[in-house]
Write a protein that binds this ligand. Structure first.
Ligand code: GTP
Length: 598
């Protein structure tokens, strides 16, 4: 019967090891898309993903494979992101599968995120098919990597496929291994419907579209379904699969991965991780949901045009539907008006959300500098959570400020050990251990304040190690640190959204750096603007932006016309992203200045 010919699997890998390229080759080989339609990295549907060359949202496609045994199989391939910010999405897609292709770069070998993702797959009891990719590269060392997979992950890699997603070597063999080694789904067709929502999007015409993995029973148009967590009921209008465009089907049954629509308009009602069942004949127990991911980084998002506040809320609600790790609540700022405090998994996630809001919802936004959540012990014995530096209580009422620490695991070739340790030390890191993984690679563990990681740690790590280091981290605990709030005053007025928290030892330096930086970012006006940094009422740094002189635009009149047009365009865009605070115009860049110092 049909189930025996279904295979549900994901591809997991460290970032850049070639997952999306492999997915493209698989789509080509199975004729899911014609050569003409084939665009590189077809599964990365969002423009943003294509531009950055990274996968952000998971995507599921159904494809047909004619195997060597003469049978035709239905594959459901679920693509997953590889960046550390998005491991939540990885665990979601894995819960819908029986198998995973593990892609390892033949030149880079096993890296931090390879390990993290493969452990998620092992936790989900998936069959794992190791693939050593990029064997076309002159620097490829497939046999060494094979040994790494065995020694560091503990997987049998004797049958690992040697492949090149670029040239197409080994793709067929991978698909054969999927047929042979990934178990067919089981699940009783006659039992009540039980399906896992692993993703959902909002579509203006179809309403909410649920991506589901059916574990038991069947679902077809006309059925009444119930979302078990929320308790809401809907009539199904369409079921189908993505191939990769939506393709309606008569029915989805146990083992299938596809979508359900039911003119669900209220996006609050649907939750990723929830179980869909039959309203008339419900299943007794819902499926085990997902581990909830807590945001680690917070920042304020404000529309440049205050009238767009409601639009921003609607956009955030829609985005949240398809990005369960995003959180937001309203906040207001004296300087910026009404906006939202949003929680993100990391800086890349924050960037992606801001860009999606601007592109997909046509909003112009100001983002404030990211901050972590502090736990503050007050003199009166109570504890206060502070997600926004501006809300740090008065210093006199504080007994201690605790900040989140991460356990950071850095893998690096031994020649860069010194550089890595120096960086960690400078970022207030506490050394834990250092181990040699083989003759060359070293695994270094440090405990580092999360606030230091979210600034420019990753970029610095990459540049100090010529790109060779990989970083993986997890939040460990809260530890007391000697921290202070630093306020920024423009024209003698405190700008609440520019406040930040710093360690006492670095406070004065940071104050000096940031005032100097702001001086270069904030445009001159026809009067002098003092910039000050203060701790409480004590000024720790000051500088002035000189009054405007007429010749500042002369810069534009040089160079070729192309460049000039670009500059003007840039200026225009820059202008939009500007906020008047009192009498001073502050560009978006200024709100991020704190990230570039220290
Ligand atoms: P994320 O989606 O960002 O996690 O990355 P990914 O793992 O999907 O990697 P992607 O497919 O985007 O490939 C990363 C880079 O490696 C791209 O520049 C690819 O062209 C290149 N690449 C992928 N496979 C091969 C291969 O077999 N050989 C060579 N030489 N390059 C490859």
């Amino acid at each position: 019967e049909r189930q025996k010919h279904i295979r549900n699997f994901s591809i997991v890998a460290h970032i850049d090891h070639g997952k999306s390229t492999l997915a493209d080759r698989i789509l080509e080989l199975t004729d899911t898309v014609s050569k003409r339609e084939m665009q590189d990295q077809l599964l990365d549907t969002m423009d943003l993903e294509r531009e950055r060359g990274i996968t952000i949202k998971l995507n599921a496609v159904a494809l047909k494979y004619h195997a060597e045994d003469g049978e035709t199989y239905i594959f459901h391939l679920i693509d997953t992101p590889g960046h550390v910010d998005f491991s939540y999405e990885v665990s979601r897609s894995l819960a819908a599968c029986e198998g995973a292709i593990l892609v390892v770069d033949a030149a880079q070998g096993v890296e931090a995120q390879t390990l993290a993702n493969v452990y998620l797959a092992i936790d989900n009891d998936l069959a794992i098919i190791p693939v050593i990719n990029k064997i076309d590269l002159p620097s490829a060392e497939p046999e060494k990597v094979r040994k790494e997979i065995e020694d560091e992950i503990g997987l049998d890699a004797s049958d690992a496929v040697l492949a090149s997603a670029k040239t197409g070597i080994g793709i067929e063999e991978i698909l054969e291994q999927v047929v042979k080694n990934v178990p067919a789904p089981d699940g009783d067709l006659d039992k009540p419907l039980k399906a896992l929502i692993f993703d959902s999007i909002y579509d203006d015409y179809r309403g909410v579209v649920l991506s589901v993995r059916v574990f038991e029973g069947t679902v077809k148009p006309g059925d009444r379904i119930k979302l078990m967590n929320g308790g809401t009921e809907y009539e199904v209008t369409e079921v189908g699969v993505n191939s990769p465009k939506p393709l309606a089907r008569d029915i989805l049954m146990a083992g299938d991965v596809g979508y359900i629509t039911g003119s669900i308009k209220d996006i609050q009602d649907t939750q990723v991780g929830d179980t869909v069942t039959s309203a008339d004949n419900p299943t007794a127990k819902p499926l085990e949901g997902y581990r909830k991911m807590n945001p680690m980084v917070y920042s304020g998002l404000y529309p440049t045009d205050n009238a767009k506040f409601v639009d921003l809320r609607e956009a955030l609600e829609k985005l949240q539907l398809n990005d369960a790790s995003l959180t937001f609540e309203p906040e207001s700022s004296q300087a910026l008006g009404f906006g939202f405090r949003c929680g993100f998994l990391g800086l890349l996630h924050m960037d992606v959300v801001q860009e999606r809001l601007e592109r997909e919802f046509n909003l112009d936004l100001i983002t404030t500098a990211p901050s972590v959540t502090y736990r503050v012990d007050l003199v009166d014995g109570s504890e206060k959570k502070v997600e926004n530096p501006a809300e740090m209580p008065d210093a006199a009422t504080i007994k201690a400020i605790n900040e989140p620490f991460v356990k950071a695991q850095i893998m690096v070739p031994n020649e860069y050990v010194g550089a890595v340790m120096e960086l960690c030390q400078r970022k207030r890191g506490i050394f834990d251990t250092m181990d040699y993984l083989d003759d060359i690679r070293v695994n270094i563990i440090y405990h580092i304040p999360l606030s230091e990681i979210i600034f420019d740690f990753f970029d610095k790590l990459k540049s100090n190690t010529r790109g060779y280091a990989s970083l993986d981290y997890e939040i460990e605990d809260y530890r007391p640190s000697n921290l202070v709030k630093i306020d920024i005053l423009l024209n003698s007025e405190k700008v609440d959204v520019l406040s930040f928290i710093a360690h006492v030892d670095f406070a004065e330096q940071r104050g000096r750096d940031i005032t100097a930086k702001l001086k270069t970012i904030i445009p001159r006006q026809n009067f002098e603007i003092p910039i000050q940094a203060a701790i409480g009422s004590k000024i720790i740094a000051r500088t002035n932006i000189k009054a405007y002189r007429k010749d500042v635009t002369s810069k534009i009149h040089t160079g070729d016309p192309d460049r000039r047009a670009k500059l003007l365009d840039k200026q225009k865009r820059g202008k939009k992203r500007m906020k008047s605070v009192g009498v001073v115009d502050i560009p978006q860049e200024a709100f991020m200045a704190v990230l570039q110092t220290g």
